[in-house]
Design a protein around this ligand. Structure first.
Ligand code: P6P
Length: 334
């Protein structure tokens, strides 16, 4: 009989076996995230004929038009996570302020951040979109309401991070620190099945993923880094979806570089530190790659606000080194 690949929950349960004091709360939390991603995938995959296409008629804290699917994805994550009792605080791109949850002494051990539907401007074009999440252990006193500080931790403190990419297939990628693993949704049984065990980012790849239309707004150092990449004497190409989860997933599997540097319109960078760059950085580092803002590891950046932004460079170690060395040259000359 053909051996079925491990399901996501079987895999998570196995990782928990190495934690003797595991109570099952973390597994329950991850099950809630996986369930939410399945529910979101179902709506994304029928967006054209479902009732959730188009705009919700309001703007989010970022000033961006909110798509109906953004609201659905956010509400689904809030609902599936809140009812587990395992979270004390939830932070979302779609919510101006965190949701702080009442907990008993033994509950609410985790704080969860998420971008419920990243790249949603691509939905009406049937382009890939995704959900990104990060999980912290709470740092506030147990047995009471969670606090914003439970969410304002550096990405190095994440105990789990991952994403679901809703593309030609739905793939769930996560790490709890022991490697990075991918699972493909089999809609016929509603299960995420292990399809990408122990993902490793190739040290050197051939793809640069960057929005070249921003070139006129980059500083000199960024232009030098891009030109350094393009001047390499080897076969190169570029790919850019404009959906972080899709572009990062490609770089995780194929190597190369994803870069969203700061520019004159986004002096602090466009992407969000806590619920986009941080989880992606943990995944890349745990898969043997690198993640920085060009000068500092994303994992060490201390957030001040839930919606802080950052420049983001993700890639294999050799490709990332080429970029950061080119960037540093200017500083050496000053
Ligand atoms: P631009 C999508 O809106 C997003 O937040 C990320 O998913 C993506 O990487 C980036 O913005 C694309 O930004 O300016 O290239 O359209």
């Amino acid at each position: 009989m053909q051996r079925q690949p491990l399901t996501l929950i079987e895999h998570i349960t196995r990782t928990q076996a190495s934690f003797p004091d595991a109570t099952g709360d973390f597994t329950q939390l991850m099950e809630a995230i996986a369930l939410a991603c399945k529910l979101i995938a179902r709506e994304v995959n029928k967006a054209g004929v479902g009732k959730l296409l188009g705009l919700a008629g309001r703007r989010n804290v970022q000033g961006e038009q909110v798509a109906r699917l953004d609201e659905f994805a956010n509400d689904t994550l809030v609902h599936t996570l809140s009812r587990t009792g395992t979270a004390c605080a939830l932070g979302s791109e779609e919510l101006a302020v965190p949701i702080l949850l009442p907990t008993s002494d033994s509950e609410g051990k985790y704080a969860v951040l998420f971008d419920p539907l990243d790249g949603s401007s691509n939905i009406d074009l049937a382009m890939p979109v995704g959900t990104i999440f990060g999980v912290y252990r709470r740092c506030s006193q147990p047995g009471r309401l969670g606090e914003p500080s439970d969410l304002l931790q550096p990405a190095r403190a994440l105990i789990a991070a991952g994403y679901a990419v809703y593309g030609s297939s739905t793939v769930f990628v996560y790490t709890t620190g022991e490697g990075v693993h991918g699972f493909t949704l089999d809609p016929s049984i509603g299960e995420f099945l292990l399809s990408h065990p122990d993902i490793r980012v190739p040290a050197r790849g051939s793809i640069l993923s960057i929005n070249i239309a921003n070139r006129s707004r980059w500083d000199e150092a960024t232009m030098r880094a891009v030109d350094r990449w393009l001047d390499q004497k080897r076969a190169l190409t570029s790919r850019y979806v404009g959906s972080l989860v899709a572009d990062a997933h490609r770089a995780l599997l194929r190597g190369g570089l994803f870069a969203y540097p700061a520019d004159a319109s986004h002096p602090a960078g466009k992407l969000r530190l806590l619920y986009e760059a941080g989880p992606m950085a943990l995944l890349f580092e745990k898969a043997g790659g690198a993640a920085s803002d060009g000068r500092q590891s994303i994992l060490d950046k201390m957030p001040e606000d839930l919606h802080d932004r950052t420049p983001l460079i993700l890639g294999g170690t050799a490709d990332h080194k080429l970029w950061s060395e080119a960037l540093a040259e200017g500083e050496d000359e000053r």
